[in-house]
Design a protein around this ligand. Structure first.
Ligand code: ZN
Length: 451
């Protein structure tokens, strides 16, 4: 029998076995307690008032975005003392796009900046493995950047709707050989070259010892909250940190690179398991120099991120990656930025005069330099799913998993998130026929409702 606080959503329910028309999901105590089809009468529970009794909507697991640098008005690349507020703001706002779990991403070339980011952001991350009791997922931060490594006990959840779960930190740098303008490089994709780094030093040219020292400092400050680090494997320093980070449980990603095919395979041998925005900001496939794209597609140890917005990638590139990697091998990310990075809506990023937001149909957009080079994404997760479902031949169940189950696995959260099954967290998104988010639940509570 359903309890008084239970919620029953009805519609086309996307279970691990596929969509169930006329299905239902019963949510109790913050988790999915039962799932059924038209022939199993639902055991009770209130409908969501915001859905107005509609039972023709699509019910999906909440989206998990591993790679973003901000959302809406909330950017993560600004001053560290503003970071806790930005993380809280983004985690409140993300459910409008169906995102219920995310990593906070920094990017740049300056090691000191990376350390400051980790120090300010790590206390905002809720430790893994702790089941919520219907409260907000994000530990609010009032003293970001305080320097304390002994994080205080989590205060009570803030009032108001629940937030998307901040599951950890993502560092896209500082060991990048091929940075773009957002990373502090000075040249765009059409004239790749050695950028000036802060202090005039190339961080990716650090010796193995220097790189290892920095990695240890980052790990120490992150206190297990660091989940993914992107490195370029062509030089000794970045290569040296791969086993060190992997041993600490960090997912090591290859990206921003012109490394050879062989160097990328060696990185995978050393412990790299991920490829950052595949095809983008890396040397392209060449039949005599297959490079990072060849390694990404062929090495089964590597999972590949894609930005499936139809701007970063042609549909054939995503299809090719899917055919090469198979089910479970791709992860869709938004690579979005937010205001506070200088990349807010209508703003030009500092150091990239004339950058503009480039709009496509279907709610898709991306940031470009004046010469057309891509700077960052600007397409919300629900529109990434729409593009995958309508513009590629990939089975819908599989491309849905690019945004749900596959990132959950990378975070070690499979069995808990990423699927609509009994016992999973009730992180759910309800879409209408136009792929507009009508309702998002985080931990069984309404984080966003349209209208
Ligand atoms: Zn990047």
């Amino acid at each position: 029998m359903a309890s008084a606080s239970s919620l029953c959503l009805k519609g086309q329910v996307w279970t691990p076995q596929g969509p169930v028309d006329g299905g239902w999901v019963l949510v109790e105590g913050g988790v999915i307690s039962a799932v059924g089809g038209p022939h199993d009468p639902p055991p009770g529970g209130e409908g969501a008032p915001s859905l107005g009794g509609r039972e023709d909507l699509v019910i999906l697991p909440g989206f998990i975005d591993l790679h973003l640098h901000g959302f809406g008005d909330h950017g993560f690349l600004g001053p560290p003392d503003l970071l806790p507020e930005a993380l809280d703001g983004a985690s409140k706002a993300l459910p409008v796009s169906g995102v219920t779990c995310f990593l906070a991403g920094w990017t740049g070339l300056d090691p000191a900046e990376a350390l400051r980011f980790v120090e300010a952001a790590a206390p905002c991350v809720k430790p893994q493995g702790q089941r919520r009791s219907g409260g907000a997922a994000l530990t609010p931060c009032s003293e970001g950047g305080s320097g304390s490594r002994r994080f205080p006990p989590a205060p009570p959840p803030p009032a108001g709707p629940p937030r998307a779960h901040l599951a950890g930190l993502y560092l896209e740098g500082p060991w990048l050989a091929l940075p773009g303008p957002v990373q502090g490089g000075t040249r765009d994709d059409r004239r790749p070259g050695r950028p000036a780094a802060p202090g005039g030093r190339q961080p990716w040219a650090a010796s193995p010892l220097e790189a290892a020292r920095l990695a240890e400092s980052l790990l120490e400050r992150a206190q297990s909250r660091l989940r993914v680090v992107t490195i370029s494997p062509e030089l000794p320093g970045p290569r040296a940190v791969i086993p060190l980070l992997a041993r600490a449980g960090v997912v090591v990603a290859i990206g921003h690179t012109r490394a050879s095919y062989e160097a990328c395979r060696e990185a995978a041998e050393a412990g790299a398991t991920h490829v950052t925005h595949g095809f983008n900001r890396m040397s392209p496939w060449h039949h005599r120099r297959p490079g990072p794209v060849g390694a990404a597609l062929l090495d089964p140890r590597l999972r590949v991120e894609v930005v499936p917005d139809g701007i970063h990638l042609h549909p054939a590139a995503v299809e090719l990656a899917w055919r090469a990697k198979g089910r479970g091998g791709l992860v869709a990310v938004s690579d979005q930025v937010g205001a506070g990075t200088g990349l807010g809506v209508g703003e030009a990023p500092p150091g990239v005069p004339g950058a503009r937001l480039w709009h496509a149909d279907g709610g898709r957009a991306a940031w470009r330099t004046p010469t057309g080079a891509l700077l960052a994404g600007a397409t919300p997760a629900n529109r990434l799913l729409q593009w995958l479902w309508t513009q590629t031949p990939i089975p819908r169940q599989e491309s849905l998993e690019f945004l749900t189950l596959n990132p959950a696995r990378i975070l070690g959260l499979e069995g808990r998130k990423g699927e609509i099954s009994p016992g999973r967290d009730a992180d759910l998104v309800v879409l209408d026929e136009g792929f507009t988010v009508r309702l998002t639940l985080v931990g069984g509570r309404v984080a966003y409702a349209l209208g």
